[in-house]
Design a protein. Structure first.
Length: 271
């Protein structure tokens, strides 16, 4: 305290420098923390694993014909191109609806009056399709149809159903079940009671691998992705600690020098 009050101007400069250094340190640590593996890796709806039915889609995106090559046919003969109707439950609807720029009426969605469309990368403005009606027909029975009013648009690629196909129609799962007699399960998302629980994940993976149809499934575990990112990050956390040490060194040096200076002055005073 004696050193801090001895030269108030110098003390003020040092304290301001220290505050600036600590501010920079906190900013960098916050940035490092935001880039932590567990922060970056986040599946849709913050689930821990997504299991997909590979029998319903191509395994590689390069197996799809580019849209540009079939643009003319698509514009002149859209009936040659099928699409997909996906059903989601109430919890997933709430999550998706909150992400929309213009949320839709939940009652209309549950009753089957309204639907949401996944744009699937196409150059379609919201105004081009919002409020328009879309009619679906079953692949095996073209006479069985269902009409929805498009009230929402999403670009969330979680709803990619079939690669290379037109936009996906998203409706209430209960409505889809009454419309289609034998719908298939395209994806299943799993959320653990404890996030990043490796024991739970190993139990689930064991069940999948033991299944006779394991070759028809693919899965994306969040823990595996987090491990890969953590390896790529290297020694970033140690960098933050080093910055803190570098911040404290000048302050400690100043205190020591001031103390030594006082000792020298006292010795001169005795002489």
């Amino acid at each position: 305290m004696e050193q801090f009050t001895k030269d108030k101007k110098r003390t003020a400069v040092v304290l301001l420098s220290l505050a600036a250094s600590l501010s920079v340190y906190l900013c960098i640590m916050t940035m490092l923390d935001s880039q932590a593996a567990r922060t970056i890796v986040s599946n849709y709806m913050d689930t821990d694993m997504v299991i997909q039915n590979d029998t319903a889609c191509k395994e590689k995106s390069e197996d799809s014909i580019p849209y540009g090559k079939e643009k003319d046919e698509y514009q002149n003969h859209p009936e040659n191109f099928g699409s997909s109707l996906i059903g989601i439950d109430e919890q997933e609807f709430d999550y998706l609806n909150n992400s929309l720029e213009h949320p839709i009426n939940k009652g209309d969605f549950r009753s089957g009056k309204a639907c949401i469309v996944y744009r699937n990368g196409l150059d379609l403005a919201d105004a081009d399709i919002i409020g328009k009606n879309v009619t679906c027909a079953l692949y095996e029975d073209q006479q069985t149809t269902k009409t929805f009013t498009i009230e929402g648009i999403t670009d969330e690629n979680y709803y990619t159903a079939l690669l290379g196909y037109p936009p996906t129609i998203i409706a209430c799962d209960q409505v889809v079940k009454t419309f289609a007699n034998h719908p298939i399960t395209l994806k299943t998302s799993i959320k653990y009671h404890k996030e990043y629980d490796r024991d739970t994940e190993q139990e689930i993976l064991a069940l999948l691998e033991e299944n006779d149809n394991a070759k028809d499934f693919s899965w994306e575990p969040k823990i595996e992705d987090a491990d890969e990112i953590e390896k790529a990050q290297g020694n970033m956390p140690q960098l933050g600690i080093s910055l803190l040490v570098c911040t404290m060194v000048p302050v400690l040096t100043w205190i020591v020098l001031e103390k030594n200076g006082t000792v020298v002055e006292r010795i001169k005073g005795v002489e």
